[in-house]
Design a protein around this ligand. Structure first.
Ligand SMILES: NC(=O)c1ccc[n+]([C@@H]2O[C@H](COP(=O)([O-])OP(=O)(O)OC[C@H]3O[C@@H](n4cnc5c(N)ncnc54)[C@H](OP(=O)(O)O)[C@@H]3O)[C@@H](O)[C@H]2O)c1
Length: 242
C-alpha cells in the first residue's frame, strides 16, 4: 500500500522503536521528518530510510529545545503538511526508591517525556487539522504497574496517558485524533539501561511491533480516537484484522 502524499514526524527515530516506526511509515510511502539528539546516528537512520521513501528530513537536537521543535514542524510544513505525529522520544532517567528523590530529580524527566511531546503537539495541530491527522503517544506498562524504583518514569508516562486522553476529546472538533501505544518490553538501548549488566536477549526486538503499526496506520484516525493499544498483546481491536 502506498501513501505517497502523506507526511509523518517521528521523534526519537535514530534507533530502537522510533526507527522501526519510521521504517514502517517509509515503506508505506510516507515522507518523513525524524528526530534524535545524536546527529551521526540520525543521519545514518535517514540514509537508510531514504532507500524506502523519497524524502527524509533529519532534525538533530534535544526535543526539549524549542528551536528543535520549531525546525521539525517547519520541515513538515515544507514537505506539504502532517498526517501522523509520533511522540516516541523518551528517557528512563535516574531510578531508585521514591524516598530518595528530591524536587530537581523529579523535575528532570517531565520536560522530556511530557512537556516536549505536549508542546510539539500544540505546534503540530494546525497542520494535522488540515489532514484529519493522528497523534501517537508512546506509553509503557510502567504508567500503571507501579514498579518499585521506576516511580518518576512511570509518573511521566501516566501523565502522558491522561493528557493524551484529554487531547483526544479536546481535538475532536478539529478532526485530529490521538491514541496511546504501549509497545511492550523490547530489546533496545533504553531497556538495557533499565537492566544494566543483565542479559535481555529473551526480550523481542522492536520489529515485533511491525504488524501492529501496519494495522494502525491503515485505520481511519477517527475510528481509533482516544484508544490505548498494547502492540504486543492479543487485542481483538487489531490483531485479528491484520
Ligand atoms: N524498550 C522497552 O522495553 C520499552 C517498553 C515500554 C515503552 N517503551 C517506550 O518506547 C519508546 C522508545 O523506546 P526505545 O526502547 O526505543 O528507546 P531507545 O532505544 O533509548 O531510543 C530512544 C530514542 O529517543 C531519542 N531521544 C532520547 N532522548 C531524547 C531527547 N531528549 N531529545 C530527542 N531525542 C531523544 C534517542 O536518540 P538520542 O539518544 O540520540 O537522542 C533515540 O532515538 C519510549 O517512549 C519508551 O518509553 C520502551
Amino acid at each position: 500500500m502506498t501513501e505517497s502524499n502523506r507526511i509523518a514526524l517521528v521523534t526519537g527515530a535514530s534507533r530502537g522503536l522510533g526507527l522501526v516506526i519510521a521504517r514502517v511509515l517509509g515503506a508505506r510511502g510516507y515522507r518523513l521528518v525524524i528526530g534524535g539528539r545524536d546527529p551521526d546516528a540520525l543521519a545514518a537512520a535517514a540514509g537508510e530510510l531514504l532507500l524506502q521513501t523519497p524524502a527524509v528530513v533529519p532534525v538533530a537536537g534535544d526535543i526539549t529545545d524549542v528551536q528543535v521543535r520549531a525546525t521539525m514542524i517547519d520541515a513538515a510544513r515544507r514537505l506539504g503538511g502532517l498526517d501522523v505525529l509520533v511522540n516516541n522520544a523518551s528517557q528512563l532517567g535516574a531510578r531508585g526508591p521514591l524516598m530518595q528523590f528530591d524536587v530537581p530529580r523529579f523535575g528532570q524527566l517531565f520536560p522530556v517525556n511530557v512537556g516536549a511531546p505536549m508542546v510539539l503537539t500544540q505546534m503540530a495541530v494546525p497542520l494535522l487539522a488540515e489532514r484529519r491527522g493522528l497523534i501517537v503517544n508512546i506509553t509503557s506498562d510502567a504508567a500503571t504497574a507501579a514498579y518499585p524504583g521506576w516511580g518518576p518514569y512511570g509518573a511521566t508516562k501516566a501523565a502522558l496517558e491522561l493528557l493524551t486522553r484529554t487531547l483526544a476529546s479536546e481535538l475532536r472538533d478539529e478532526g485530529v485524533s490521538a491514541v496511546l501505544v504501549d509497545p511492550g518490553d523490547m530489546r533496545t538501548r533504553m531497556h538495557q539501561e533499565a537492566f544494566p549488566g543483565e542479559d535481555i536477549s529473551d526480550r523481542p526486538l522492536p520489529e515485533v511491533t511491525v504488524p501492529f503499526w501496519n494495522w494502525l496506520f491503515a485505520q481511519d484516525p477517527e475510528a481509533v480516537r482516544g484508544e490505548r493499544f498494547a502492540a504486543q498483546h492479543e487485542d481483538a481491536r487489531w490483531l485479528h484484522q491484520v
